[in-house]
Design a protein around this ligand. Structure first.
Ligand SMILES: Cc1cc2nc3c(=O)[nH]c(=O)nc-3n(C[C@H](O)[C@H](O)[C@H](O)COP(=O)(O)OP(=O)(O)OC[C@H]3O[C@@H](n4cnc5c(N)ncnc54)[C@H](O)[C@@H]3O)c2cc1C
Length: 394
């Protein structure tokens, strides 16, 4: 046997999983088709504080600390929530990939770049994975992102209807100008003029900004890049704040927004992160959930090696544990996605946002500071108030 475990994909999910498995003494190989693991993965780069703390991420990877959020919800209407502690950090994905890969290698894993998995065959006693050569392994982990080869092998159709589509510019700006205009605040813009069913964002880093627009793919009519261009050049607030910034790169990418897929394991195979659908359906936060999935999968795979049991029946525990950890969060996220984004242009949507208590809840939601269920329960009084106010106005 060449390897105990081969992990396809060197993103946060795969690298966290590989570090943990290697530290258990297993022979682990991570493959990534990019020239460096996860290099230039399209992403806003916002890590919530829980991700930084729970995964002991080094401060050196943080390009800008985040202490608050600004939300623009109707032309020229906005609010800012500033916290008295750090609530996250914005990172470059290439730097994060390098850092997580170093940790995995220090724990004993091998990380190979420029290596694409093309095919897999699950046999009784092992898996054959075809890359530039044919490798034999006891288990395969599919951490290969939204267009996952391994997920398509298990479950080719599910999730297509709930894919999100994002377009993003990386824009350079003088650090002093970013300090002055954005400081340590991430900005979120809502409204049907900004995105057909989603939002736009400006996440400042040290000397550049991630500026993007996301929507459910099924709601996009025409070219989403036109929304992005309009946002950058014509939005009454954003265009002024972005004045003088230079476009360095353009990316377009998919993201799964329908919650965890119904089956993310099979004999000798498990799926992690985007390949498993573990992205917040309401905020699009994926890095934290993907690392959690990597950690839980590593626990179960470690136990499977102790028992020498790689059957579908045994690996089902992985999905059970993941559901316990984040299942209800992702389900409520889908509910919020429907309510919040659909209601964003309605009077009730705007009315509810004008309430100070509700604004704080939205800040907590965007920065992952409370569970979605907690937010929903605490939002009920504001929702009722706004309904009554709208009725009176009507
Ligand atoms: C525009 C955009 C903005 C986003 N902004 C944020 C944000 O601000 N904060 C946040 O938390 N989340 C954000 N997300 C979501 C986040 O990027 C993902 O959820 C996260 O990267 C998932 O991690 P992963 O390890 O599962 O997969 P990925 O990071 O996608 O990594 C998969 C890796 O697998 C490799 N790969 C794929 N196929 C193969 C193959 N056949 N062989 C070998 N290698 C392969 C790829 O090269 C890639 O490096 C955003 C997503 C998008 C699209």
């Amino acid at each position: 046997m060449d390897w105990d475990v081969i992990i396809v994909g060197g993103g946060p999910s795969g690298l966290v999983c590989s570090e943990k498995l290697a530290s258990l003494g297993l022979d682990v190989l991570v493959l990534d088709e990019r020239t460096e693991p996860n290099k230039d993965k399209p992403c806003g780069g916002m890590l919530t504080e829980r991700a930084i703390r729970e995964f002991y991420l080094d401060e050196s990877i943080i390009e800008r600390e985040i202490w608050g959020v600004r939300v623009m919800y109707r032309e020229e209407e906005s609010f800012t929530i500033e916290y008295n502690e750090r609530v996250g950090g914005n990172v470059h994905r290439t730097k994060l990939g390098k850092y997580l890969a170093q940790r995995a290698v220090s724990a004993g894993a091998e990380v190979r770049s420029n290596e694409r998995a093309k095919k897999l065959k699950v046999r009784q006693s092992h898996v054959e994975l075809v890359t530039s050569e044919t490798l034999q392994t006891k288990m395969v982990v599919g951490a290969d992102g939204v267009n996952s080869l391994i997920k398509n092998f298990l479950n080719p159709v599910e999730g297509r209807e709930s894919l999100g589509f994002c377009v993003q510019y990386l824009m350079s700006m003088e650090p002093e100008l970013i300090d002055e205009r954005f400081g340590n605040i991430n900005e979120f813009y809502y409204g049907s003029d900004v995105s057909p069913f989603g939002y736009a964002w400006i996440f400042p880093k040290r000397d550049c900004l991630a500026v993007g627009v996301g929507s459910l793919l099924s709601k996009v009519r025409g070219n989403l890049k036109i929304y992005l261009e309009k946002f950058v050049k014509k939005h009454p607030i954003a265009s002024r704040r972005l004045e003088g910034a230079e476009i360095v790169r353009f990316d377009a990418a998919l993201v799964p927004l329908g919650g965890m897929y119904s089956k993310i394991y099979s004999n000798r195979v498990v799926l992690l992160g985007d390949a498993a659908g573990t992205v917040s359906p309401i905020t699009g936060e994926g890095m934290y959930y993907s690392m959690v999935s990597g950690k839980i999968a590593a626990d179960i795979i470690g136990k499977a090696f102790k028992k020498d049991d790689f059957s579908e029946k045994y690996l089902a525990v992985y999905q059970k544990k993941l559901k316990k950890q984040m299942g209800s969060e992702l389900k409520w996220g889908v509910w919020l996605q429907n309510y919040f984004l659909r209601g964003q242009s309605s009077n009730v949507g705007a009315e509810i946002m004008s309430d100070k208590g509700m604004q704080k809840l939205v800040g907590d939601l965007l920065m992952g500071r409370k569970s979605y269920f907690q937010i929903l329960v605490q939002a009920i009084p504001y929702w009722l108030k706004s309904k009554i106010r709208t009725k009176i106005k009507d």
